[in-house]
Design a protein around this ligand. Structure first.
Ligand SMILES: *Cc1c(COP(=O)(O)O)cnc(C)c1O
Length: 401
């Protein structure tokens, strides 16, 4: 057996089969490139589902992490530490908000947003105890906890994990009329991805997010934007909501916030909303730890200049122009997305998304399929135009096979 086959066989024998990875075993990585245990190089066109927006081994982020490793890595929130205040202040500023509640994974931040909205509902809006409702969209992806999968419409994610958490109502994504009809006095929040990533990079109809913003403001309902995958530069702006001039009541952030180095997530909102918490009511041992704050602070500093957003916008225009030429040509049915983010629906006759991904892998490009025959392209924002073009050449070659 080859080194690769050995590694895969032992992974299969000793780890739960909750993933079906492509048969490549990565050993090292740099920028937009990964090298496997046999020395083969692959262009990373997935970027850890946007956790690697700044690329592998980003010098600034690795240096920030190394410096912090030598100082202090964990205190728990039982004590203050000297990286916490600056991280919260600068992240709140980047978001145009007032307060930050740091957690670790995206799912924890979504859970935090759910708890915050419910508490705000009871304490500020005056919803009767135990009656708070949160409206979410069909085909959403917000994480994997028991509460979050309770409002998923994906049978794979839900089946056999009940009983489910009540208090959620699902409406079709992009449909304002149904959303409006679902709002009652007990509705505390509308939770949406401004672009649905897992669902296949679905961009809502123009005006939808702005209309949701107006409606939620009128009806005294919080608008929670899950920007875990869409935010922090990916779409060519700091937040995908900005494409419609929308400022939600709460941002939920994760993935790229940790710079691909450590898991860092956060809920960012106003003092009225996040001000509902009192000591002991919510928390996490690792949330806001010194190492996480040092890395995430560097991420915030990198986003403050706007250079990554500009890069994503420029390269994204190029990406969508090139993909647009493929669309309707028989091999590609539709292309969606914004910035350096695209969902490409391949004609089913050419193979499943998985088969296309495997054929791209054979040509040195790593991507991930989502549903059916859709592949998702989301290279690190640091990718060069030449590498992006090379990746697109490989896609064209696979489609022509
Ligand atoms: C990835 C993701 C999450 C969950 O984040 P984890 O860190 O995997 O828990 C939640 N929402 C969206 C939109 C995501 O893309």
């Amino acid at each position: 057996m080859s080194t690769t086959e050995n590694a895969i066989a032992s992974a299969e024998a000793h780890s739960a089969h909750n993933y079906h990875p492509l048969p490549v075993v990565v050993a090292t990585a740099d920028g937009a490139w990964m090298t496997d245990v046999e020395g083969r190089r692959f262009l990373d066109m997935l970027a850890g589902y946007s956790a690697l927006n700044f690329g592998h081994g980003n010098r600034r982020l690795i240096d920030a992490a190394k410096a912090q490793l030598e100082r202090v890595t964990l205190t728990s929130r039982a004590f203050h530490h000297d990286r916490f205040a600056e991280f919260c202040t600068r992240l709140a500023e980047l978001c145009g908000m007032e307060m930050v509640l740091p957690m670790n994974t995206g799912a924890e931040a979504v859970e935090t947003a759910v708890k915050t909205a419910r508490k705000w509902g009871y304490q500020v809006k005056g919803v009767p105890d135990g009656r708070a409702k949160i409206i979410v969209a069909g085909n959403n992806f917000h994480g994997r906890t028991t509460t979050i999968i309770s409002f998923s419409t994906d049978t794979e994610a839900r089946a056999d994990f009940g009983p489910y958490t009540p208090g959620f109502e699902i409406v079709p994504y992009g449909d304002l009329t149904t959303l409006e009809a679902a709002i009652t006095h007990n509705t505390v929040a509308v939770l949406l991805e401004p672009i649905q990533g897992e669902a296949g990079v679905l961009v809502p109809p123009p005006g939808y997010l702005a209309a949701v913003r107006e409606l939620t403001r009128e009806r005294n309902v919080l608008f929670i934007a899950d920007e875990i995958q869409s935010g922090l530069g990916r779409t060519g702006k700091t937040f995908a909501c900005e494409h419609e001039g929308v400022v939600p009541d709460m941002y939920v952030l994760g993935k790229a916030l940790g710079g691909g180095v450590v898991p860092v997530s956060a809920v960012v909102s106003s003092a009225e909303v996040l001000g509902v918490f009192r000591p002991g009511e919510h928390g996490s041992t690792f949330g806001g730890n010194p190492l996480a704050c040092a890395v995430a602070l560097e991420v915030v500093a990198m986003l403050e200049t706007g250079e990554f957003q500009r890069r994503a916008a420029e390269l994204g225009d190029h990406l969508h122009r090139e993909l647009g030429l493929l669309a309707g040509g028989g091999a590609v049915e539709t292309v969606r997305g914004r910035g350096l983010w695209a969902g490409v629906d391949i004609a089913p006759a050419l193979g499943t998304g998985r088969e296309i991904s495997e054929r791209l892998m054979d040509r040195g490009v790593l991507v991930k399929d989502t549903h059916g025959s859709t592949i998702r392209l989301a290279p690190p924002l640091v990718i060069s135009k030449e590498d992006l073009d090379w990746g697109l050449d490989q896609l064209r070659a696979v489609l022509a096979e």
